[in-house]
Design a protein around this ligand. Structure first.
Ligand code: CTP
Length: 402
């Protein structure tokens, strides 16, 4: 499935570098050509000879080599690739990437590339949680860098938590999604997903039962068809898919900001269950029982309607705007009214009455409403609903349907 693809694999200096040797093997098994680039620190953990033997290719090393520049300079090295993968991506290497430094071969290549970059971070959990690293991650995400992991787990340093590099097969899945050939190649699609949390005080919030499963499946399906996906997600139960640019948010207002920052897009799919209201002035400290005498009263304000805001844009409106209508009664009628009211092009209507088991379940039964009318889809897994919708989006963006 990766046959003929060329991947430049930058191996950073961390204990997880040993897993990158397996990653080379796994990528090659799937037909990819892998050109390894070792940082100076990486050579403390794996040898250039083992990387080169597994890749069956020349290894590029940090030590400046005039011969290398003659054979294939750093610009050409990145241009010849379909994707640049950094695994393990250390805190130091990512910070240099975010700052735009070019003080060794790996960072120069990352600065010079016009290709997508996928990073698999690996570091001690305190380094991962440090505000400096979190700032770096934010910057890289807004630059469009893709992430896979890190995972939670036991670490070589004896601690437990986030910071473990994703497993080779997870990285392979992210690579496949990032360079998938398909009818959505070259298209940018924005997806919102999950619930939003609207704070009442530091420990309480208003939320809803959305698991984020359907939105996540849609993002995965779009990526599998080759789209470049920006996935804006509230606090969901399911993990975001690999190979998409993930923008995590908490509240509806943050979600709107993230959506506007991610535009322009060719299509936008609003699968999030956005809380309709927020607390007007959330308390900075925990509201104590009986502090103000009797029950606290909570004043609510209406949240911005993200879908309606984007659908009404005069400039830069995505060509295809798709909403969801989660209803418990008069599903079709309500969904049609919602399409009109919000100004979107299509609406995916579903019945979320408790007896359907759809909210939080693995299946969905939807009706797709377009200009051409309403199409009932049989009840099927959320992954299949997602793929069918992604295929429809591909047809519409490629002019095969209105
Ligand atoms: N939506 C949104 N922003 C909001 C509310 C909803 O973007 N503040 C989007 C959802 O992502 C979904 C569509 O609007 O695509 C419909 O959401 P739904 O919750 O069904 O509709 P509501 O606007 O809440 O309408 P109602 O209360 O009448 O059901």
């Amino acid at each position: 499935m990766l046959s003929g693809k060329r991947i430049t694999l930058i191996i950073g200096g961390g204990i997880a570098a040993f897993k990158s040797l397996d990653l080379i093997r796994r990528l090659r098994e799937r037909g990819a050509n892998v050109t390894p680039v070792l940082t100076r620190a990486a050579e403390e953990f794996v040898t250039p000879l083992s990387a080169s033997a597994l890749a069956a290719e020349k290894v590029y090393r940090d030590l400046f080599d005039l011969n290398d520049e003659h054979e294939m300079g750093h610009i050409e090295l990145s241009r010849a690739s379909d994707l640049i993968v950094v695994a393990p991506a250390t805190a130091d290497l990512m910070a240099r990437m975010a700052a735009g430094l070019a003080n060794d071969l790996a960072s120069t290549l990352l600065l010079a590339t016009d290709k997508r970059v996928l990073v698999a971070p690996a570091m001690n959990l305190r380094m991962w949680e440090h505000p400096a690293t979190q700032r770096t991650i934010e910057t890289l995400k807004s630059d469009g860098v893709l992430f896979v992991g890190p995972n939670d787990g036991d670490m070589a340093c004896g601690e437990y938590g986030p910071g473990r590099m994703a497993e080779p097969l997870e990285i392979v899945a992210a690579v496949s999604a990032a360079i998938a050939d398909g009818p959505l190649r070259g298209k940018h699609v924005l997806v919102t997903s999950g619930p939003t949390h609207e704070p009442i005080d530091p420990v309480r919030y208003i939320a809803n039962r959305s698991s984020g499963a359907q939105g996540t499946a849609i993002a995965r399906a779009l990526a599998a068809l080759g789209a470049q996906v920006t996935f804006v997600t509230g606090p969901a139960d399911v993990e975001p898919p690999a190979g998409v640019a993930v923008v995590p948010v908490e509240t509806a207002q943050e979600m709107l900001g993230a959506v506007q920052a991610a535009l322009p897009a060719d299509a936008a799919i609003f699968a999030a269950a956005v809380a309709d209201w927020r607390v007007v002035s959330a308390s900075d400290s925990k509201i104590k029982k009986g502090a103000r005498g009797g029950l606290p009263s909570i004043e609510l304000a209406e949240n911005p309607d993200i879908l309606a805001t984007v659908a009404a844009m005069k400039n830069g409106r995505p060509g295809l705007v798709i909403g969801f209508a989660a209803e418990t009664d008069d599903v079709l009628e309500n969904a049609r009214a919602k399409l009109q009211r919000k100004g979107c092009d299509w609406i995916v209507a579903n019945d979320v009455s408790p007896e359907t088991g759809i909210m939080g379940g693995g299946e969905n039964a939807v009706t797709l409403i377009t200009d051409d009318g309403a199409e009932d889809w049989p009840r099927m897994g959320k992954d299949r609903v997602a793929m069918r919708l992604a295929e429809r989006v591909a047809r519409a963006l490629n002019g095969d349907e209105g």
